[in-house]
Design a protein around this ligand. Structure first.
Ligand code: ADE
Length: 268
């Protein structure tokens, strides 16, 4: 997968040299290219922003600089051996974008080429997204309901979530299947607690069922704990559990927690 990242702070992306993503780059699974947006600004001050039309606080990133940067990256696709006319999918991090979810990470991990356009200040002139939206897929994406100083950290989050899904990036192929939010059996449940050796630490014991070697009981216990944690930490996810996926034991546990799932008339 090829990833192009455009930012006025390329230094932000140093973490992409380490750990799983760093190794994936060394192996060639990931081809990450970080670009300095100011390289496409032509005045002496390398200006990338200007005051907003209509007034208001802050500055808006200028369309001409972004246009030159993105055009240059698109043109480089023609010389990197990719299919003729290949276009990246463009991702613009912004708190007003669609939510970044595990499902979107999965979808993006299947793309051969992504281009991340990091805005600062009040954002990028909207005509940039309108223009490229007619030429390729453009998504404005938010990593959560809070406001960062710019898109750089959001891009680090997205690249890590997407990168670890690429074949061969994680050592243990099973670990992405069991992830919280992964599509499949435990959908709508977050993962429960985990333990390792020693069996007793500071008077705290590992739950004995995990030492029992009884796979059925371990699986049941893990599901109970996932349900408990989902009810406690993510009640909105728990409320969206499809009642048809709950067995008698699940329903009893949810009852004990005084938690109702699904429409009122379907509970229990
Ligand atoms: N830029 C600033 N805040 C952001 C957020 N929450 N998600 C994505 N990009 C952002």
């Amino acid at each position: 997968m090829r990833l192009d990242i455009v930012s006025i702070f390329p230094e932000y992306f140093a973490p992409l040299d380490v750990s799983l993503i760093g190794k994936a780059r060394d192996r060639g699974t990931l081809d990450v290219r970080v670009h300095q947006l100011r390289d496409w600004a032509h005045d002496v001050h390398k200006t990338v922003d200007d005051t907003p039309y209509g007034g208001g606080p802050g500055m808006v990133m200028k369309p001409e600089v972004w246009g030159e940067a993105v055009d240059a990256i698109l043109a480089s696709g023609a010389s990197d051996g990719s299919e003729p006319g290949a276009r990246p999918r463009m991702i613009v991090p912004t708190p007003s974008g669609r939510p970044f979810t595990q499902e979107l990470a999965q979808e993006l991990s299947a793309e051969p080429w992504l281009l991340f356009a990091c805005g600062r200040y009040e954002g990028i002139d909207s005509r940039v997204m309108a223009h490229y939206g007619e030429r390729m897929r453009v998504d404005e994406v938010s990593i959560g309901d809070y406001v960062l100083a710019g898109g750089e950290v959001a891009v680090l989050v997205m690249v890590e979530a997407i990168g670890r899904l690429l074949p061969g990036v994680l050592g243990n192929a099973h670990s992405v299947v069991d992830d919280s939010f992964a599509p499949g059996a435990m959908q709508n449940l977050v993962e429960g607690p985990v333990y390792t050796k020693p069996p007793v630490w500071r008077d705290l014991e590992v739950p004995s069922v995990l030492l029992s070697g009884h796979h059925g009981k371990v699986a049941r216990w893990r599901r109970d704990e996932a349900l408990r944690r989902t009810v406690r930490n993510r009640p909105e996810l728990a409320a969206a559990i499809d009642p048809a996926t709950l067995d008698k034991h699940d329903r009893k546990l949810l009852d004990e927690l005084s938690f109702r799932v699904g429409p009122e008339d379907m509970a229990n």
